[in-house]
Design a protein around this ligand. Sequence first.
Ligand code: SF4
Length: 386
Amino acid sequence: MLSSLAHRALERAGLGEVRDRVLEGKRITEEEALRLFRCPDLAALGALANHVREARHGDRTFYNRNVHLNFTNVCVASCKFCSFARPDDRQASEGYTMPLEESVQSVLRRKGSGITEVHIVNGLHPDLPWSHYVDVVRKLRQGWPELAIKAYTAVEIHFFAEKFGKSYEQVLRELLDAGLTTLPGGGAEIFASRVRRKICDDKATAEQWLEVHRVAHRLGIKSNTTMLYGTIETLEERVDHMARLRALQDETGGFQVFIPLAFHPEHNMIGKAFPKPTGFDGLRTYAVARLFLDNFDHLKAYWVMIGERLAQTALSFGVDDLDGTVLEERIYHMAGAQTPQGLTEAGLHRLIRSAGRVPVERDSLYHVLRLHGPEGAAGAPRAATA
Ligand code: SF4
């Protein structure tokens, strides 16, 4: 229920009509999303987003138990916001490439720990053969049959297709045959060509990123989406980004979750020019995303990037997913993230419960694995439900 206070505050901010459209379950336009972004009353905006969140999910807050694998940070691209990539794997440049067996064992050694997903993302290595990427997936699938393998961003899939002379479909089919489960959502950044030309002009274009996901969805592979905010993009360009995702979701229905990613300014080429986005900006971005992306089930706050406190607050601004335990994360810690290297499940529960929400462990496809009741009363495992 939207409080009468929030009702009036939105009216005062000139957003009465938008509020009514949302409450009637109608889709809002790009122009309306832009007006929401400019709403000075963050609490009222959050209350509207929270209304939609609770209508969809109640108090449920999703997380999973996952580990990251970034087996190389060597990359031929030169994205200006990136703190992870290195031009080669010499020790002096902090570049690295893990041998195949080491990569696989770093995940397999966690078997029996309750982890249900590995998230694999890398730099665009100039020399690794195609077999390396497929074998990582195949060996993980053979060694841990029930593990969900979320691997390779659309930027990597595009790179493989170009480098190894394959279509997107061939690349994805070979990975599927090896044991791939889903695609992560990284590499989307901001779709507007003005921004991409300036911050990431030598990797997959917006159209190529979207086409990889379109093909994946056609093959039955679910995927995630992201948006990097806080560099040079305008609010109009953020809305344009979300509008393109919403349009593809209308077409395919294959996206599971939208994940706004805050720019991290340390150890990259543009960090001095742009400070870290504020908490206000983060919260309004979650809220607008929840209201605009009416065909997305889930909205995730990636706690590694924005910190546990803001992620927890975001649970009242439309967010229903906090990612997971995230063991072995490298990408944002190399960009200066001060968050811990992984959270325990109990730590995640504490964050969720103290925000008045109910922790729900999910798998990679958002099936409910375990619904946790009040503190100390973990619910029984439930049959998977969508
Ligand atoms: S963001 Fe990805 S593609 Fe761009 S430089 Fe970093 S690792 Fe390479």
